[in-house]
Design a protein around this ligand. Structure first.
Ligand SMILES: [Mg+2]
Length: 299
């Protein structure tokens, strides 16, 4: 089995916040509204974690707009999706990981159609083995089930212990890093200039941005296997440890059953080099060429 490297999508692989800011600037300019109100939008946006209907309804109320919500929402999604970019350095980092024999996947919380459009129009679809979007499976990070589903989409046999050679890279602590820890896989948090915000759990590694994160993951499997989880925040690539043991802080986002089922220790052997794209080219692979194997799609 090739090692598995999973990525969050928004603000990890693609420039989601920049796209939102561009949309907000356009929204204000098109309606001759004060450009200084951009800060109001950025605050309300919460990095995309506020429901878009709530955000757009608040904007309509603030400016007395008569436009119905549904057209506003459709325009918002089309515009932001069109503004999404995946930096060349990120695409190059994924190519490097693939060349090193890693299986790559995307785990994204969000609306199925919009997230899929981002993956396809940025060129990411051609670089990963599979992806999963929370809406289509009615399961969202940090629920550990979505990471298992993602591994399956990438061609990983669910009957084997895939977690020992798996990593998750993301920018959002409660979803990406807590989720990875509860799923029993290592993680890299993208700091983007921020300080780590949590006290009850920590990422295995912290990186300034995606290229550094990928470089550290590709270098880290040479570290010695770890026998037990660490509660201390590692600061460098050489301090890679197993995911932190789940702590009560997770209780606010996970069910007690999920927390109880989480592994408490992980041994991480060195990855096995495999031919590039071996998993994605496997006959019958459900995610060949980045295709989506749809399961349950909410209406
Ligand atoms: Mg994100």
């Amino acid at each position: 089995m090739s090692p598995l490297l999973l990525f969050d999508l928004d603000n990890t692989l693609v420039n989601r916040n920049e796209a939102f800011q561009s949309w907000a600037e356009r929204f204000l300019a098109d309606r001759s509204l004060p450009p200084g109100d951009l800060g109001w939008f950025m605050t309300l946006d919460c990095g995309g974690y506020l429901d878009r209907r709530v955000l757009l309804r608040a904007a309509a109320d603030r400016y007395g707009l008569s436009q119905r919500l549904e057209p506003l929402l459709a325009d918002y999604r089309d515009t932001v999706t069109a503004l999404i970019r995946c930096p060349t350095a990120h695409l190059d980092a994924l190519r490097e990981a693939r060349a090193a024999g890693w299986t790559l996947g995307i785990v994204s919380n969000g609306a199925t159609d919009q997230q899929r459009a981002k993956i396809e129009r940025t060129g990411l679809a051609e670089l990963v083995d599979g992806w999963i979007i929370s809406e289509e499976v009615d399961c969202a990070k940090p629920d550990p089930r979505i990471f298992t589903l993602a591994a399956g989409r990438c061609g990983i046999d669910p009957g084997i212990d895939w977690t020992a050679e798996a990593w998750m890279v993301g920018d959002h602590a409660p979803a990406d890093i807590a989720g990875a820890a509860v799923a029993g896989i290592r993680s890299v948090w993208l700091a983007h200039g921020r300080a780590w915000p949590e006290t009850g759990y920590h990422p295995t590694l912290t990186a300034a941005g995606l290229p550094e994160a990928v470089s550290r993951v590709l270098a880290s499997p040479t570290a010695s296997p770890v026998a037990s989880a660490s509660a201390s925040p590692p600061t460098t690539a050489t301090e890679a440890t197993a995911p932190a043991t789940p702590v009560p802080a997770f209780a606010r986002v996970l069910s007690p059953a999920a927390v109880a089922a989480a592994p408490v220790a992980v041994t991480v052997p060195a990855p096995v080099a495999v031919p590039v794209a071996a998993a994605r080219d496997r006959p019958g692979h459900p995610c060949r060429h980045g295709g989506v194997q749809r399961t349950t799609v909410p209406g």
